[in-house]
Design a protein around this ligand. Sequence first.
Ligand code: ATP
Length: 368
Amino acid sequence: MENRNFAGDLQISKVNKWYPGDVHAVKDMDMEIKRGEFIVFVGPSGCGKTTLLRMIAGLESISSGEVIMDGRTVNQVPPKNRDIAMVFQNYALYPNMKVKDNIAFPLKMQHIGKTEREKRVAEVAQKLELDALLERKQGALSGGQRQRVALARAMIRKPGLFLMDEPLANLDAKLRTEMRREIITLQRELGVTTIYVTHDQTEAMTMGTRIAVISGGVLQQFGTPQEIYRNPANLFVAGFIGSPNMNVWDTELISNNGQHYLTLGNARIPMGKSGLDARGLQGPIKAGIRPEHIVPAAPDDPHAVRMKISILENTGREAAVFLTGADIPDMTMVTGADFSGRAGQEVYIRLKPEKILLFNTETGCAYG
Ligand code: ATP
């Protein structure tokens, strides 16, 4: 089969994967990805993200459904003809080869001449600041340098699609942050459609133009970081994205003279009128609020809720305040670093009603 150049539009249509032993690893996956997007697959360990990535790469067979590149089904196209480059967590580079030869390797496999190879290596090395390391053996590099070489090797072929599977997992926190930015900048410059797999929600939020949140082989939500953060489709997404976690509690919607209230333990939070009437919601429901939408309140605020500080974590930039209360579910508030309080002390808090999200108790789906 001939090599195909891929312009960058990728469609995943009703894709399923069953492994032997009745393991349904990927379920009815549907996604449309446009040229130049930076897509992140995120979800807990075992949710099926690597399996999906490997099916896109052609390294894993597809049980049913289709992977479509630029409008053509590629289920039967071997990986080497899909115009993709992959970067993995384990660098898969040759330790005894010089850096420049490692980078040039994919071109050699394509029988591209030496002069052209050297030119392209120089270009890519400059972009990734590897110029000074080209003559070194791969084995004599640090983790971050090796990962940079792996990126260079993936980039050198100018593929139509980058697939990256936890490429930064082996790096320390500082280097990860640096490399994250480098990958984003490179991807923007090159405009190559990219799919990046991670279980780290911060990585997903900071890197993706759109994020696919996956759990149990099922796509839970596919949207921009902002959409996913502000309007999670269900309780799984609400809990998985955001740190500290969203506060979620069992509550009841009570209507009284056209005014709606949510219960928080013994307290009642006025919700105003807007929207709730139209939705006809009543009775038991789950409510959620992000920690930054809980604020300190004055004791005489009629809607203040009294709680006790169990732990206070002040990073110098902000304070995460973990709260407990009598007959009230535990809550977390994130507020300014100037928050004065200490563990054991009582505080009054207020929930911003317009920021409260509501979820179906049984299905976990959001009311939106
Ligand atoms: P991780 O982040 O831990 O790599 P993941 O989200 O990438 O996890 P997958 O590796 O895609 O998840 O695995 C999805 C499911 O399929 C898991 O339940 C896993 O045990 C199962 N699985 C993966 N590979 C195989 C295989 N070759 N045979 C049988 N089951 C498999």
